[in-house]
Structures are given as C-alpha cells and as structure tokens.
Design a protein around this ligand. Structure first.
Ligand code: PGA
Length: 253
C-alpha cells in the first residue's frame, strides 16, 4: 500500500538564466504561490549558483524553496569552481540535486561520489534529491531495473530518511528530448524503487518522495503525477518560465 506523501515539484534551471529575466520569472511564480493559502505540495527552484542570492530575496515569503544543482562532498577547501553543501545552506537553500545524469555523464561522477555528496547535503541540513535513470542503450537492452537498482544501492547511504532524501527517476533518454516513458513504464520503475527503498529503509523508505523527471510539461504532467508512487516532478526546460512551470505546479497544488 502506497503511503500518503506530500508531493514536490522541483524546477532545475541547469545552466540557464541571467538575472533580470530570471528574477522576473521567479517573482511571477512567487506572486502565484503567495495566493495559495494552503498549498498541497512543495515547490522548489534550483537555479544556477549565481542566481541563488537574488532569487532567495525574490521568493521570500512565498513558500517556494531554493536548491542547488550539485555540491562538493567536502565542507570547504581547495576545490576550484566547486560549491559546498554548507555554502548552499548559507545562501538560503533547503535542497540540493545530486547525481543528475548530466553530472554523471559530463563530469564522470560515480554513484560512490553521489553518495558522498548526498551525505554532505545531510551534514549541512539540506535535503538531497538523488537522481537515477537508465540510458537509451540500457533500456533497449532491457537493463532498466538492473541499472536503477544498482544506482540506488550505491548512491543512497545508511541514514537516508523520508525527510532528508528524495529520489528522482529520470530516464536519460527522456531528458530534454520531448520523449517520455508510458505511464505503465513509469509505474513499473517507481514501484520497483519504492520496494527497494522500503526493503532497505523500512517506513522511512515508504515516506521518501519519488519524483519523475524527463520532458515533464503542462500537457503530460497531470497523467504522470497521477501514477502510483510518483510524488512529484523534477522539471528542466519547462521550469524556466512561470508560464510553463505554473500549470505543472497546479497539477499538485
Ligand atoms: P527536462 O529535464 O524537463 O528538460 O527534460 C529534466 C531534468 O533533467 O531534470
């Protein structure tokens, strides 16, 4: 039996956004959120690091949360170009995405490194959104559950709880392509992830939020969000403007 889990709709802006336009979109979203007296889901924006501080101001009092897109495992030190979980918390973040497939592919991040980053997030008091998902080739070879299962085992550390950990299932072939799995495929993978989490973390695993990500947009959000064990979405391209993102938020709010 699926537990009642509060949904999360998260926007991942990736390497997009310059200040004036980004602030305009964030403010529009904040205005809409402020009109919700009792929102039925959590809403999160993960902008590039340069926009964390201005967005933190722009969304104040709106209940929109702020998150980073990655963090280093260490709290500080000689790591040029990196940002720590503590720094993200200091900038007003409550969440951080770790192990996004673009980080795994572009920066060769292993699940072991992702696990260390998630632990760093927990150390800093952040919720870690841990991403998993198979490539097109893996899917075609029928390896989806094997790949996702291994990523889960290796990326989640002991001590993950329903509060500090969110898992995002993002089939790599669905990201930014306009392609999505069928709802039956999403249901199958999410049921598998839930069973794994329950087996390993018991009740905490039942309460962890499982997001679907990959070409979520206004036209498919409602059917994806209605799938059992889907507790929200991780949205890339369609989170960049309030006009595109708000209809997705509205499917849960
Ligand atoms: P997309 O990206 O919504 O643009 O497909 C999703 C993601 O990578 O988180």
């Amino acid at each position: 039996m699926a537990a009642k889990v509060r949904p999360l709709i998260a926007g991942n802006w990736k390497m997009n956004g310059l200040k004036s336009a980004a602030l305009r979109e964030a403010k529009k979203l904040a205005t809409r959120m402020r009109k919700q007296s009792r929102p039925g889901c959590d809403v999160l924006l993960c902008p590039p690091s340069t926009l964390l501080a201005p967005l933190h101001m722009a969304i104040k009092g709106s209940r929109i949360a702020l998150g980073g897109q990655d963090c280093h495992a260490a709290a500080s030190g000689a790591h040029t170009g990196d940002i720590s979980a503590e720094m993200l918390a200091d900038a007003g973040c409550g969440y951080v995405i770790v192990g996004h497939s673009e980080r795994r592919a572009d920066h060769g991040e292993s699940s072991g490194q992702v696990r260390a980053k998630a632990l760093a997030a927990h150390r800093a008091g952040l919720r870690a959104i841990i991403c998993v998902g198979e490539t097109d080739g893996e899917r075609k070879r029928g390896q989806t559950l094997t790949v996702v299962g291994k990523q889960l085992t290796d990326s989640l550390a002991k001590g993950c709880t329903a509060r500090n950990t969110i898992v995002a299932y993002e089939p790599v072939w669905a990201i930014g392509t306009g392609l999505t799995p069928t709802v039956d495929d999403v249901a199958q993978v999410h049921a598998f992830i839930r069973a794994r989490l329950r087996g390993r973390f018991q009740d905490q695993g039942l309460g962890m939020r499982l997001l679907y990500g990959g070409s979520v947009k206004a036209s498919n959000a409602a059917e994806l969000m209605a799938v059992e064990n889907v507790n929200g979405a991780l949205v890339g391209g369609a989170s960049l403007t309030a006009g595109d993102f708000w209809p997705i938020v509205k499917t849960c709010i």
